[in-house]
Design a protein around this ligand. Sequence first.
Ligand code: AMP
Length: 123
Amino acid sequence: MTQLSPAIYDKENIFAKILRKEIPCDYILETEHSVVFQDISPKAKVHVLLIPKGSYIDSYDFYKNATDVEIIDFQKTFVKIVENKELYENGFRLIANSGYYGGQEVPHFHIHVLGKQKLSAPF
Ligand code: AMP
């Protein structure tokens, strides 16, 4: 199996600063291992970001290296977003960009949750 060389987590990325409360954000909810806040540049009527509190670069890093407890917390927090924002009835979109080809701007794992309006086709 291919071994990917480990990338180094940048402790100065903007979401790390949000987690350390060095810069503000529009908090929605927080659990033991995850935080949800408004995207600063929303692309839909609802556009929130879900991040783990742990220092993971992207989805691969998170799902490979996070504990089961962190992963379950993250997934349960996603369910809370869908319920709190009442997204299920009409649908929504999840996006997790990774790395250069994936167009990831902030190198701390996050998923975008967008909804409350019809979204254009992604591809
Ligand atoms: P990505 O391209 O997947 O890394 O997305 C990064 C997202 O973070 C973009 O949608 C930005 O609008 C959002 N963002 C950047 N800085 C902040 C911030 N200070 N607070 C909230 N969202 C932010």
